[in-house]
Design a binder for this molecule. Structure first.
Ligand SMILES: Cc1cc2nc3c(=O)[nH]c(=O)nc-3n(C[C@H](O)[C@H](O)[C@H](O)COP(=O)(O)OP(=O)(O)OC[C@H]3O[C@@H](n4cnc5c(N)ncnc54)[C@H](O)[C@@H]3O)c2cc1C
Length: 387
């Protein structure tokens, strides 16, 4: 069967793009190998889908070309998506830092996108695995349900994270087939694992501390969460977008407090360091630090060397992580289709007219907090208007 447009992948970007193309009267087919479209949307945001961030700018994204995403983000803004959400009477709330979540559940976003596709008369085939693509005059897509052909082909197959809900490498394979450069992929927005030396840190699992985390000169102030193997929590997930193997991450567990200064000024208090710290940090963490050599003396007996030791463990804790927890735990994929290969206005491949890449498969990765969906909507809109 022949279509004007075929979109591979009924995730966030694919559904949105298919609906936009369909609204322009393009005969559009959307292909998904899962039984159900939008499975990542359903699990996102803890089941409530953090569908956008009202403060989105290009600075919230990691990409080899940080300017590439500007045009698409300007063409379809968080407010545009909020208006769509409102028109479907989906209730939402701002959790923190501009992050908008569904009040009820993320299924509502999938139902909204499917309704948009229905309105635009998009044909959807689920349980349809795309095996390969051939280019003749247009494109022929070979699938488990037979062959389909089209003028414009949109690849919206997403990244490699969460393979258990359907991630595949088809997008990257198609890039190789068409000689399109890719930027090396790696898991991100992901918990990090300590080097083995900190193995007994499992005792700290479950402790959460408001911290400032610095990786590659980027700082994030939010909670860190100790896990059995390392650290997680929003500040660590954010830092994972910037961390590279072998590089240290600096953590300040009392941001805004100059410990050396405060300790010197508190010398008159007739208490021990552990008691003093216990008023500022979780007790279990303080006990662990004391058990691991933090000098637990009365404050007036601490010497300069001991004070700087305390400071280096709390204000300037330098952590060498061994690795991340990998694709199974990562929310997103860093890297992907090189932005040099794409038009920033339409997402079309410069050297293969008619072929488009959108969403997470492209080398544009957002911070934690609704930015990745905003990129999915914006890149999908740009392509949907062009195909
Ligand atoms: C647990 C989790 C929570 C998240 N929470 C948030 C959040 O709250 N806010 C936020 O902004 N981002 C969040 N993200 C990231 C966000 O889900 C993704 O960035 C976004 O879904 C990317 O959209 P996409 O359409 O590019 O890819 P996807 O949504 O992954 O869609 C790709 C689709 O292509 C299909 N597909 C793949 N290969 C084939 C093939 N060969 N044949 C046919 N179909 C194929 C897949 O099954 C999938 O349906 C979260 C991610 C995870 C894993």
């Amino acid at each position: 069967m022949k279509f004007d447009v075929i979109v591979i992948g009924a995730g966030a970007a694919g559904m949105f793009c298919a609906a936009e193309a369909g609204k322009r009267g393009r005969r559009t087919l959307l292909l998904e190998h899962n039984a159900q479209p939008g499975r990542k949307i359903i699990v996102s945001g803890g089941g409530r889908c953090n569908f956008t961030n009202i403060h989105t700018t290009h600075e919230n994204f990691v990409s080899s070309n940080p300017h590439f995403c500007k045009s698409a983000l300007a063409g379809y803004t968080p407010n545009d998506f909020i208006e769509l959400v409102r028109s479907y009477r989906i209730e939402y709330f701002e959790k923190k830092l501009g992050q908008l979540f569904c009040r009820d559940r993320s299924h509502q976003i999938v139902e909204m996108l499917l309704a948009e596709c229905r309105k635009a008369k998009v044909a959807i085939k689920t349980n349809c695995s795309v095996n390969s693509v051939a280019k003749e005059e247009g494109f022929t897509v070979e699938t488990s349900l037979g062959n389909f052909s089209c003028e414009s082909l949109v690849v919206a197959t997403g990244g490699l994270s969460f393979p258990k809900i359907g991630a595949t490498d088809l997008g990257y394979r198609l890039a190789r087939q068409f000689g399109i450069r890719t930027v090396q992929t790696r898991p991100s927005l992901v918990p990090m694992m300590f080097e083995s030396g900190l193995a007994d840190a499992a005792k700290l699992a479950g402790i959460s501390v408001d911290s400032e985390v610095n990786a590659d000169n980027r700082s994030f102030r939010e909670n860190i969460l100790f896990t059995h193997r390392g650290l997680s929590g929003p500040a660590i997930l954010q830092a994972s977008n910037y961390w590279r193997q072998g590089e240290d991450v600096d953590i300040d567990m009392l941001p805004g407090t100059d410990l050396a200064d405060e300790l010197s000024r508190s010398r008159h208090e007739r208490i021990t360091l552990a008691v003093w710290l216990g008023n500022r940090l979780p007790n279990r963490l303080v006990q662990y630090l004391v058990a691991n050599g933090l000098p637990n003396k009365p404050l007036d007996q601490l010497n300069g060397k001991e004070i700087s030791e305390v400071t280096s463990k709390i204000n300037k804790w330098r952590v060498r992580f061994q690795k991340t927890e990998g694709w199974d735990k990562a929310e997103v994929t860093l890297g992907g289709i090189s932005t040099d290969e794409l038009s920033s206005k339409t997402m079309e491949v410069k050297k293969v007219p008619g072929l488009y890449f959108i969403g997470e498969v492209v080398d544009v990765t957002g911070w934690l907090g609704g930015y990745n969906f905003q990129w999915a909507w914006a890149s999908a809109y740009a392509a949907g208007k062009a195909v």
